[in-house]
Each structure stands twice: as structure tokens, then as C-alpha cells.
Design a protein around this ligand. Structure first.
Ligand SMILES: Cc1cc2nc3c(=O)[nH]c(=O)nc-3n(C[C@H](O)[C@H](O)[C@H](O)COP(=O)(O)O)c2cc1C
Length: 392
């Protein structure tokens, strides 16, 4: 746990601290959604529209049980870290997330665009799920997934919702191709305005190298982030038979991330997915799609018990987690809150964020008279008319 001085009492405070600590381009790189940010904003607004329906004086044990199982891994609370590329908000990056999630008793997704090798991450937290996009041809993608498995991946996540939206109204992140002299000169004013961030990097041996080690071919050096990104853009997007092929080759737990429609949820299950995540990529994908939680009820109805259902996008407090459980999710993933915790306090900041969510889940369960996260029911929440219009 963070020391008392460093401890923060809300996810909103983690975000404020991240904003104060990070150079503006780095903060904005994680903050902004695509284009006008309509979807990003609706991820949050949709949670606020859902209300609780607590009974009085339910007969409850002294403690509530927050444990569940996701992708074959037992976790202490129904919240895990979503895969997020290049976590340069802290020098330890994904290793710090591994420490924080391990200490919180939960699992993490590791993006193929991560800045740390999966072996280092899995050595700290063995509950790690490797995430790919369709970023290479079949053989290279499978080789990448198998390498990750050999180095500790417990499951494969395939993210399908990415359409390369254009500019952001808040400005696109000014992330350089590499940190050469011209780039450093350009970034110097933003960096020097946040000396704590710079010193942290220097204390850990230098500035980020902006490479993606988990995308390296065997025996080759890690490619640069943008080179790998450009290669991905040149790949033809997959078809459902491609996904079914990858799932057959992989043979283990397999999560399709980015599902927003019941027909797609069924296709993912038909392709062999053992889990899906209802997600719009945190509002970083096509702008104007609805908040993720609006899509959850119809997807849950379509999937039933044939796959585990997760949700990510807009989860900021324990009550949000319980709302997602009530509408059919087994667990949720968090993206930005984890990064804010990481920026605010490194590993203990990550642990702090998960601790806040656990406390919030516990108090919502107490109010609702439920003694376990598995007992949360649809009747525990009130969903306004029109909440999911057009999504079933
Ligand atoms: C800066 C940033 C980078 C991301 N990178 C990835 C990624 O590499 N792979 C992926 O599947 N999702 C990625 N995501 C999406 C997250 O996994 C997750 O879907 C989203 O952040 C959830 O919304 P939230 O930030 O409101 O919690 C990224 C999100 C952000 C904010």
C-alpha cells in the first residue's frame, strides 16, 4: 500500500496527480479520446444514468466476498488491468503494473505494444494475458503469441476494435519517433516543466527507448514503436475465419476484445472465444459509438453462459464495477485509471487504485445486501428507458 502521505482517496485524485506529474504531451496521449471525444464521454455518462436499488437491513455476513475467476485465473476482485500500449508514464511501466496488480491479487492484460518484455512482467505477476491486434500476417502473429505463451502468457486477448481514427480535437499526442536531439529539443519545455517525471526516468537509467520488445522476431532486436505501428496499418484486417484459425492454433483461453453488438458477440463465440470484452477501446476508436456499458445487456443476453463476459470503458469507481456485474459482466478491465495510479505513485499507486475499487465494490455490496460479487442481480440496478436503444 502507498505510504499515508502518497495515498489518494479517489480515482479522480489519481488523475489530478497524474496531470500534475506528467509532461503535457504524455498526459494527453492517455487522456484524449478519438476526434471529438463523444464516445469517451459517453463511457462515463452511461454509468451515471444507472441507479442502484438497495433494500434495507439485509442479513449479511461481516465481510463480502469479492473473488472471482477470469480466463482460468482466480482473482481477488472482479477488476483487472486492461492492456495499454507503451506505458511511458512511469519508468517501470508494465512491470510496475504487474507489481500493483499482483499486490492487489488480480490479473493484467499486456499489450503487444508494451514497453517491457512479457518475461519480466510474468516474473512479477504470473496472471498475465497477452494482447495482440491483427498486426501481422498469420504466421508472424502466431509466432508472437506462442513466444508470449512460452514466456508466461496465461491467455490470449485479440483486440478487434481499431479503425485508426483521424485527428483528435484536443490535439494528437506529440510522441516522437525516437528521442534524438531534435525531438528532445522540441519536448524540452514540456519535460522541464515536470522535473519530477524527468528525474524519475534518469534515476532508472535514462529516457524511454520507444521500442516494443514483445513484437521482436526470434533473434532480432525489438522494433521501434512507430515502425511496428506502421507495419500493422499495412496489414489487411482479419475475417472471422482468421479469428477462428488463431483461436484453434492457440488452444488456450482466448478473449475477443472490442465487441459492441450481440451479433458480433455470437460470431466471436462461434469462432471459439472463451471470453469477450464489451469495449469501444476507451473511446479511442470510431467516435460516436455508444458508451460501452450501454451495449452490455444485449451482449450478455446473446452470449448467455457460452463465454465469460468482461467490460471495459469508463469504470472509475467500485459502484461502476457492481453496475457492470448487475448487467451481466463477470469482471471489468480498467485502462486510464491504472495509468493514472501508475503516474501518481508507481506500483503502489496502481495498488491504491485497485484498493479504492475494492472498497467501493464492498460498500456497494453491503448496501445492496449481497454477500458476494457473484450474487449481484439485474434487480440491483435501475436502468432508464432508452438506455440501450438501438443496441439489441
Ligand atoms: C493510451 C491508451 C493506449 C491503449 N492501448 C491499447 C492497446 O495497446 N491494446 C488494447 O487492446 N487496448 C488499448 N487501449 C484500450 C484499453 O485497453 C481499454 O479498452 C480502455 O482504456 C478502457 O477504457 P478506460 O480508459 O475508460 O478504462 C488503450 C487505451 C489507452 C487510453
Amino acid at each position: 500500500m502507498a505510504s499515508t502521505r502518497d495515498w489518494f482517496e479517489s480515482v479522480a485524485e489519481a488523475r489530478r496527480r497524474a496531470r500534475r506529474r506528467l509532461p503535457k504531451p504524455v498526459f494527453m496521449a492517455i487522456e484524449a479520446g478519438a476526434e471529438a471525444g463523444v464516445t469517451r464521454a459517453d463511457n462515463l455518462a452511461a454509468f451515471r444514468e444507472i441507479r442502484f436499488a438497495p433494500p434495507l437491513l439485509a442479513d449479511l455476513p461481516a465481510t463480502r466476498d469479492l473473488r472471482t475467476t477470469v480466463l482460468g485465473v482466480d482473482i481477488a476482485l472482479p477488476v483487472l488491468a486492461s492492456p495499454v500500449g507503451a506505458q511511458a508514464v512511469h519508468p517501470l511501466g508494465e512491470v510496475a503494473v504487474a507489481i500493483g496488480t499482483r499486490d492487489a491479487g488480480t490479473a493484467m492484460g499486456l499489450s503487444e505494444f508494451a514497453s517491457k518484455p512479457i518475461a519480466e512482467v510474468a516474473a512479477v505477476n504470473p496472471a498475465v494475458f497477452f494482447q495482440v491486434h491483427w498486426s501481422a500476417d498469420r504466421d508472424v502473429l502466431l509466432e508472437r503469441a506462442e513466444t508470449a505463451r512460452a514466456r508466461g502468457a496465461r491467455a490470449l486477448i485479440v483486440t478487434l476494435d481499431w479503425s485508426f481514427p483521424g485527428g483528435r480535437d484536443w490535439g494528437s499526442p506529440a510522441i516522437p519517433e525516437k528521442l534524438d536531439l531534435p525531438a528532445l529539443a522540441r519536448l524540452a519545455p514540456a519535460g522541464l516543466a515536470r522535473p519530477g517525471y524527468l528525474l524519475d526516468w534518469l534515476r532508472h537509467g535514462g529516457l524511454p527507448d520507444l521500442t516494443v520488445p514483445n513484437m521482436a522476431r526470434p533473434g532480432q532486436p525489438a522494433p521501434a514503436f512507430f515502425a511496428a505501428y506502421r507495419e500493422w496499418l499495412a496489414v489487411t484486417p482479419p475475417t472471422w475465419p482468421d479469428i477462428a484459425w488463431l483461436r484453434d492454433q492457440w488452444r488456450g483461453e482466448f478473449l475477443v476484445k472490442g465487441v459492441m453488438r450481440p451479433d458480433d458477440a455470437r460470431r466471436a463465440v462461434d469462432a471459439g472465444a472463451t471470453a469477450i470484452s464489451v469495449s469501444n477501446h476507451g473511446g479511442n476508436n470510431l467516435d460516436g459509438t455508444p458508451g460501452a456499458i450501454r451495449a452490455l445487456p444485449a451482449v450478455a443476453a446473446a452470449v448467455g453462459d457460452s463465454a465469460e463476459i468482461l467490460l471495459d470503458g469508463g469504470v472509475r469507481r467500485g459502484g461502476d464495477v457492481v453496475k457492470a456485474l448487475a448487467l451481466g459482466a463477470r469482471a471489468v478491465m480498467i485502462g486510464r485509471p491504472c495509468l493514472w495510479g501508475l503516474a501518481a505513485g508507481g506500483p503502489s499507486g496502481v495498488r491504491n487504485v485497485f484498493g479504492l475499487l475494492a472498497a467501493g465494490i464492498d460498500s456497494a455490496l453491503l448496501a445492496l445486501g449481497r454477500d458476494s460479487v457473484r450474487d449481484v442481480r439485474r434487480s440491483d440496478v435501475i436502468v432508464p428507458a432508452g438506455f440501450s436503444d438501438g443496441l439489441d
